[in-house]
Ligand binder design. Sequence first.
Ligand SMILES: NC(=O)c1ccc[n+]([C@@H]2O[C@H](COP(=O)([O-])OP(=O)(O)OC[C@H]3O[C@@H](n4cnc5c(N)ncnc54)[C@H](O)[C@@H]3O)[C@@H](O)[C@H]2O)c1
Length: 524
Amino acid sequence: MVDSAAKKSLVGVIGAGTMGAGIAQLAVQAGHPVAVYDAVEGAAARAVEGIGKRLDSLAAKGRITAEEAQAAKDRLGAVAALDALKDAGLVVEAVIEDLGVKQKLFAELEGVVGEDCLLATNTSSLSISAIAGALREPHRLVGMHFFNPAPLMPLVEIIDGLATDPGLSAAVADLAEAWGKTTVRCRSTPGFIVNRVARPFYAEALRAYEEQAADFATIDAVLRESGGFKMGPFELMDMIGLDVNLAVSTSVWEATGYDPRYTPAWTQKEHVAARQLGRKTGRGFYEYGEGVDKPAPRYEDDREPAQAKPALHRCEGRTATSYGDGRILMDLAIDPGGTATVALAPAADTPNVKLEAAIAHLQSRGKKVLVVEDVPGMIVTRTVARLVNEAVDALYRGDAEEEDIDTAMKLGVNYPKGPLEWGADLGFAYILQVLDNLEDIYRDGRYRASPLLRQLAHADGLMDTPLIHTIGSEFIADLEAAFDRIQDQHTEDQRKNDQHANDQHANDLRTKDQHDHDPDKDQP
Ligand SMILES: NC(=O)c1ccc[n+]([C@@H]2O[C@H](COP(=O)([O-])OP(=O)(O)OC[C@H]3O[C@@H](n4cnc5c(N)ncnc54)[C@H](O)[C@@H]3O)[C@@H](O)[C@H]2O)c1
């Protein structure tokens, strides 16, 4: 099979929509002859024409030569019947996301193509095992999940159904790598890696919004500028299409037996019902169009520089108010020292003067400050804790290898760090603490920690258990190192906090002393 690919065998693409056209362009640019088929008359020809224009445009921009563009166009054609794919070395299906349609198609295709032809589906949410169930030889079907736009996005998830022959999925992975993609391997589970692990990125932002933590633009800014994500969840959902995003959430939710971790958000459903689907309809969470300005995040206005430097506490999943000591929480930042924007949540009993001083101090250090309402887990903290938990749970269930999970999230959705790496950096004990605090508040199962997370958090004492040994020594070594780092950090934090408390105490004494001697002390 790999040989036939090396000889640049015919690639058949079924379904000439967004993904089919992208995959066909990729294959033809990789040197294969490509035949595109679509059930709707004229659709395949239109896709071929569109690909031709994109190739010309790449040539005009100097990315490929005019000869390469012409040769690729000569290798590409639309076909009117499945029979035309009988000599294909690989067929990639990219028709509508409907199990019955895909099953019928593959059952028919099996009778057309040769024994050596690789069969792949680009489904983003259906079970590979279920689609393969319709084949006489279900071991032939492999999931080949491209991301949109397929010619540009670097990642392909290669998915094994229950019956998939691992040799065939390895051959499909080799082919995708030869086309310049990075592949990750996973089992056929709801949402595979990316679409499952990414769910909390949207869900937590939606819940924070529903709890009135902040408006869309502010939540987006906190996740971008403090969390380090390339795009905020609301602007990203607007780009993806709220309906498409909701369909993925719903399908993962249904496929997991309505697991509360994936319950779709009411706010999103309401926007979809109102046909506010994002950029494509001119309105989603934001409005688009000529002369429409995107609302700005609610940055704090500039304050006068202040002397005092109130201590900020890191968010642990509880509200600031719940501590009863007037503290101010700071949301998680991907680079706490270098972050451009700091999100703060004051408690109900935080003295205003303390909040003002905190804002002024951060601004004097060049930070932008966003003050959000005191909701449990703030914004980045709850999001990252859940992303780490999802990734750990995928590992726990053996859905994919640790390296593939992190690679998938970095390349498939541009995350600044792989969630497992992020968890190790922050400390799994801290992630567990955040989740347990959140679960204690909400009690709806949404924040329940993966059994593996619980064990990783207590890893020091559990290193010898068989379960831990099954996940790979490199990971454990990283984990031990991470725990050491966290402990060092914790000690350092403790030392700084004590130092702050002492400084603060000394300041308070000085202020009291001045106040006692201040002639205006009775002024409000
Ligand atoms: N759009 C994305 O971002 C994205 C990303 C990854 C995977 N996917 C998956 O790729 C597949 C296609 O998605 P899309 O966005 O390109 O859809 P699309 O609606 O743009 O295109 C689907 C095409 O399939 C054709 N079609 C329908 N039934 C057919 C049949 N029986 N035989 C042949 N052609 C048929 C339609 O006429 C249409 O041209 C879906 O399974 C989807 O879940 C989509």
